[in-house]
Design a protein around this ligand. Structure first.
Ligand code: ADP
Ligand code: MG
Length: 199
C-alpha cells in the first residue's frame, strides 16, 4: 500500500507544484516527489515485522528527504501514527483510526496550526474524524477518510492562509487549495485505491 501511495505522490508532482506556486514558493511538488521516491526505495529493502516499522521508516525517510515545513510535518505524522500501532502485524480499520488520530494530533502539536488556517490540518482533521466515525472494513473506513480529506481540500480554497509561507499572500491565497492539504488527501486516496483494489 505504501509503495502504491509513493508512486501516486511521485505522479502528483506537477499538481502539487501548481498549488504551491499559487499559494507559496512552489517547492512542495518537488519535495514530496523526491521524498516519496526515497520512501519507495527504502521500503523495497526494509525488513519489518510490524506495520508500525514500515510506517515509521516512511516517516523517517520523509523527514530527511522532503525538506520544507511539510517534510517535517508529514515525517512526524507518519512517525507518531506508527508509534500508536505498537506491535501490530495487521493494518486493519482500527489501526487506521489510531494511525490517523495520533498522526494528526502530532501535526497539530508541532505546527500549532488550527482548523481554518489553510494547512494540511484542514484535510487531516476531517479525515481522522471521519475514520473514527466510520464502521466496517479497512476499505470502507479508508474511503470515508479519503472523501473527508478531499472535501477538506475543497474548503481550503475559501480560506485565507494564517500560517506558513502562504500567510504573506493574505487574500491572494483565496480560491487556491492548500498544497499540504492536497498532499494529505492524495496520500489517503492512494491508500484507499490500493486497499479497495482500484489501483
Ligand atoms: P514550505 O512552506 O516550507 O515551502 P512546503 O511547500 O513543502 O513547505 O509545504 C507547504 C505546506 O506545509 C502548506 O501547504 C501547509 O499545508 C503545510 N504547513 C506549513 N506550515 C504548517 C503548520 N504550521 N502546520 C501545519 N501545516 C503547515
Ligand atoms: Mg513551499
Amino acid at each position: 500500500m505504501l509503495v502504491h501511495v509513493a508512486r501516486r505522490m511521485e505522479e502528483s508532482e506537477s499538481v502539487l507544484t501548481d498549488a504551491d506556486r499559487a499559494t507559496g514558493d512552489g517547492d512542495h511538488g518537488i519535495g514530496m516527489a523526491r521524498g516519496f521516491e526515497a520512501v519507495r526505495r527504502e521500503l523495497a529493502d526494509c525488513p519489518a515485522d510490524t506495520v508500525g516499522e514500515l510506517l515509521d521508516a516512511t516517516g523517517r525517510t520523509l523527514l530527511t528527504s522532503v525538506g520544507g515545513a511539510s517534510g517535517i510535518l508529514f515525517g512526524m505524522f507518519f512517525r507518531a501514527g506508527a508509534a500508536a500501532l505498537g506491535g501490530r502485524e495487521t493494518f486493519d480499520a482500527d489501526a487506521l483510526r489510531r494511525f490517523l488520530m495520533a498522526g494528526t494530533a502530532e501535526v497539530r502539536k508541532r505546527g500549532k496550526a488550527v482548523p481554518g488556517d489553510k494547512t494540511m490540518v484542514d484535510a487531516l482533521v476531517p479525515a481522522a474524524e471521519a475514520a473514527a466515525a466510520a464502521k466496517g472494513s479497512l476499505a470502507a473506513v479508508l474511503s470515508a477518510a479519503s472523501e473527508a480529506a478531499r472535501r477538506g481540500v475543497d474548503e481550503t480554497k475559501g480560506m485565507i492562509a494564517r500560517t506558513g509561507k502562504a500567510r504573506s499572500l493574505g487574500e491572494r491565497s483565496l480560491g487556491h487549495p492548500d498544497p499540504g492539504a492536497l498532499s494529505a488527501s492524495l496520500i489517503l486516496a492512494g491508500m484507499a485505491e490500493f486497499v479497495s483494489g482500484r489501483d
